[in-house]
Design a protein. Structure first.
Length: 323
């Protein structure tokens, strides 16, 4: 998909807008998991999520190759759209973003604030994406997919930062939505010649990649009703699945309750805010805690863009007490 030189070049492009995010070893999380932990804080980017990296690299190439591009269009549950709106605004390109009805209110507000023309359509991401593709055909706008080599190249820059900071990780847990994050981690690991075991994480309510991984072929689901909207995927991308199948050790499924517990753990142990997908890696590590003794474990906190009402539901006074 790309080589180390291209990854270094992408890191320089991203670095013009996004300083390297921290990777911290939190002692209370280490106590909770009973082993050494390193958290990659992609919740500290300008949009509060790792996706910004992919948008910057994708738009950089698009603008160079098509300088007169009239605009872009895409679909999202939030962070992908924020990434494209952020990058498009830096290049002076209009961005039209489709979201499903009932999407995160605060992610919608953020996309608009970054300059996107926001359109609500359909009941889930897949319906919004199909409508965006139809509109692209008759408007001349460039359709940006949810998975593309340039998006993977961009988000792989966080893995490059992490692995150079912590090359001795035994295991890295990574959430899976459309797959760019985990594919970027697999690519960076392989290009650096490391042996880190990479473990994907999906919701039990949206397990299409997990089911596909187990079956050895693409498996779709009829619904994706998880509260962790960044993992709400019904149809795996074939190219992403091929790389995940080859490069991931396994895919762990976590419940919304486990995700909620992980959000609370991040808040109490580190005072960092995680959205559902952002906490999924910690949820999986907590589920697999007996396997982790003596291991050095990496967790990707992929984003912190959680609506206040959902944060209150998962973390506030009505949330279940934590151990």
């Amino acid at each position: 998909m790309f080589d180390l030189t291209e990854l270094e070049r992408a890191h320089a492009i991203v670095g013009q807008a996004v300083p390297a995010t921290p990777a911290h070893a939190w002692p209370l999380l280490a106590e909770r998991l009973g082993t050494e932990i390193v958290v990659k804080h992609e919740n500290h980017t300008p949009i509060g999520a790792f996706k910004v990296r992919g948008g910057l690299v994708y738009l950089d190439r698009l603008k160079r190759e098509r300088p007169s591009i009239p605009g872009i269009i895409s679909a999202t549950r939030g962070n992908h759209g924020q990434s494209l709106a952020f990058a498009a605004s830096r290049h002076g390109i209009p961005a039209v973003i489709y979201v499903p009805r009932g999407n995160s209110v605060e992610k919608n507000r953020a996309m608009k604030a970054f300059g996107a023309d926001l359109v609500e359509h359909g009941q889930d991401f897949q319906a919004a994406a199909e409508e965006a593709q139809r509109r692209a055909q008759f408007t001349g706008l460039h359709m940006v997919p949810s998975f593309h080599p340039d998006l993977v190249l961009g988000v792989a820059t966080y893995a490059l930062e992490l692995f150079r900071n912590a090359p001795d990780l035994d295991i890295l847990y990574v959430p899976i939505g459309q797959g760019s994050g985990i594919c970027g981690c697999i690519m960076a690991r392989d290009l650096l010649g490391l042996k880190t075991e990479i473990v994907g994480v999906q919701s039990t309510q949206a397990p299409s990649y997990a089911l596909s991984f187990a079956a050895g072929k693409i498996v779709t689901t009829e619904t994706s009703n998880t509260l962790a909207d960044g993992m709400a995927t019904r149809i795996p991308d074939a190219n992403a699945f091929a790389l995940i199948r080859k490069g991931a050790a396994r895919i762990v499924q976590v419940t919304d309750d486990e995700v909620g517990a992980a959000i609370r753990a991040y808040w109490t142990d580190t005072h960092n805010l995680a959205e559902g997908a952002g906490a999924a890696a910690l949820a999986a590590a907590l589920q697999e805690k007996p396997k982790l003794s003596g291991k050095r474990v990496g967790l990707v906190l992929s984003g912190g863009n959680i609506d206040f009402d959902l944060f209150r539901r998962w973390v506030g006074t009505d949330a279940p007490a934590m151990a």
